[in-house]
Design a protein around this ligand. Structure first.
Ligand code: NOJ
Length: 512
């Protein structure tokens, strides 16, 4: 979700080196695979399919230190003396949704959204991260938002953690790599269920834990900005998975019987396509990459443990490095039981595809090296404002089918999918319309032709917002936000009309 910025020269050097290796082998790129899947399908989704938009607290709320809110790791990170953000910006004000939430609800209503996926800022509720101080104005804010959504027939879907850990938990414990956070997260979860569970029926424990762990504690390009690639991301993931399991079990035993909601986790992944689809080594490498990326978090919540291929490869790499313990931690039987089946739905964030081949340059030990793969993009794929995001609509259909086959056709809610531009096209965002149309069409193929159990689609995002290390340079919104105007006006782009039609039509019925 980030492009590499000026402070991370080592990473840039690595990226360049691997790019050269890849282009030397460029001839084997299979361009235009699955052309036949690109035929447009007319049809509609099953009745009851849900349509919505997503945002996240740090990216839109602003009011970073108002009404008793505590500092988060993103406040801390963006306030560094030398900014780690590409345009030097912060989320101090962002879209000012803390004050303008009523306008956001109006937009959602005008868009015909059935639900709104937003996140709760932990440090707005618990300024120190712990339940010694509960900040009532923070609770009041989310109550106002939830009530207004419901008054407008929009279902709230709450992300409990979208990357903004209270800074106190980072400073006092070192953040997610420390297992003490399991207890703090469980306490926080209880406060959310107690205060909002009478009205909130969809809970997402974590958003994209991969990014929290690998970018935040491995590559240092996200908050808290720690460079610890070899071990820290694995420890971070371990704590997050345990925290998820605890929150799921807490809800299941104490809240579900009366509140009747559902709890899931949102895991992100690209589709990993073999670079040369007729080479079995490439298919094997692609499957390895799927398991290292999606399976890292999804295998434990579906099956109770990490994918065997991760266990094997990280154990072997650790031994080869002369360590007496694997860099990948283990779950004891109790944790395996708590984790196994700890989800009512699988949240899926997906944006793009990678071409995968075996091997690759390995400069330092860690998650990237452990899987022995090289990832590239097809130069013919249409590009967005974000270096990592290219348009490959059939990738989403393949991914959803892979999820069906790998995890036994679970209930999937697509919790994010979307396209960035640099704002040059102004309000006439035809590329974004093309992206949404083709991606949603592929979701429909997966549902009505392939029998995949996808029940919701969420567009990222309701409006342009703070795109993490890329600041305000990459715009993902269907509303244009003017970040130099203190009022932060939201102006509809052409994509609002196109998406409203798809939502209202429940897909793409044949025009009469
Ligand atoms: C992933 C994240 O959940 C969201 O915060 C981010 O802005 C989008 N994808 C786009 O990068």
């Amino acid at each position: 979700m980030f492009s590499l910025n000026k402070h991370y020269i080592i990473i840039i050097v690595c990226a360049c080196l691997s790019y050269q290796v890849i282009s030397a082998r460029g001839a084997s790129v299979s361009v235009g695979v699955n052309q036949e899947d690109d035929d447009f399908l007319n049809g509609t989704f099953p009745e009851g399919f849900m349509w919505g938009y997503a945002t996240a607290a740090y990216q839109i709320e602003g009011a970073w230190n108002e009404d008793g809110k505590g500092e988060s790791i993103w406040d801390h990170f963006t306030h560094r003396l030398i900014s780690p953000i590409i345009d030097g910006s912060t989320g101090d004000i962002a879209c000012d949704s803390y004050h303008k939430y009523a306008e956001d609800v109006e937009l959602l209503k005008a868009l015909g959204a059935n639900f709104y996926r937003f996140s709760i800022s932990w440090s707005r509720i618990l300024p120190n991260g712990t339940n010694d101080v509960v900040n009532q104005p923070g609770i009041d804010y989310y109550n106002r938002l939830i009530d207004l959504l419901l008054e407008n027939n929009i279902t709230p879907m709450v992300t409990m953690y979208h990357w903004d850990l209270p800074q106190a938990l980072q400073a006092n414990y070192g953040g997610w790599p420390n297992e003490s956070l399991v207890e703090h997260y469980e306490n926080y979860a209880r406060i959310l269920f107690e205060n909002f569970g009478d009205r909130v029926k969809y809970w997402i424990t974590f958003n994209e834990p991969f990014n929290t762990c690998e970018l935040g504690y491995g590559l240092s390009i996200a908050a808290p900005g720690i460079l610890g690639e070899a071990i820290q991301p694995y420890l971070c993931a371990h704590t997050i998975l345990k925290s998820h399991a605890k929150a799921y079990r807490l809800y299941e035993s104490e809240f579900k019987p009366t509140q009747n909601g559902q709890v899931g986790i949102t895991i992100d992944t690209e589709w990993m396509e073999p670079r040369n689809s007729s080479n079995p080594d490439h298919e094997e490498a692609a499957e390895r990459a799927r398991r290292f990326k999606h399976g890292w978090f999804a295998f434990p919540v579906f099956f109770g443990d990490y994918p065997p291929v991760m266990r094997e490869m990280v154990d072997a790499a650790s031994a080869a490095e002369g360590r007496n313990q694997s860099r990948l931690p283990t779950f004891d039987d109790n944790w395996k039981t708590l984790l196994n089946g700890s989800l009512d739905f699988l949240g899926l964030n997906h944006y793009t595809t990678e071409l995968v081949a075996p091997g690759g340059l390995c400069l330092f030990p860690g998650w990237s090296c452990d899987q022995h793969v090289t990832k590239t993009k097809d130069p013919n794929w249409e590009g967005s404002a974000s270096a990592w995001l290219k348009k490959v609509p059939w990738g989403l259909r393949k991914l959803i089918n892979w999820i069906k086959d790998t995890y036994g056709n679970p209930k999937v809610l697509i919790t994010e999918n979307g396209w960035s531009d640099a704002g040059n096209s102004g309000l006439n965002d035809t590329q974004r319309i093309g992206y949404y149309t083709d991606y949603i069409n592929n979701v429909m193929k997966a549902v009505i032709l392939d029998g995949c159990n996808v029940q919701a689609y969420t567009a990222w995002s309701l409006m342009d917002n703070f795109e993490w290390a890329n600041g305000f340079t990459d715009r993902f919104g269907v509303h244009w936000v003017n970040f130099t105007d203190p009022d932060r006006p939201r102006i509809p782009k052409a994509s609002t009309v196109a998406l409203k039609k798809i939502f209202d039509d429940n897909g793409f019925p044949e025009e009469k």
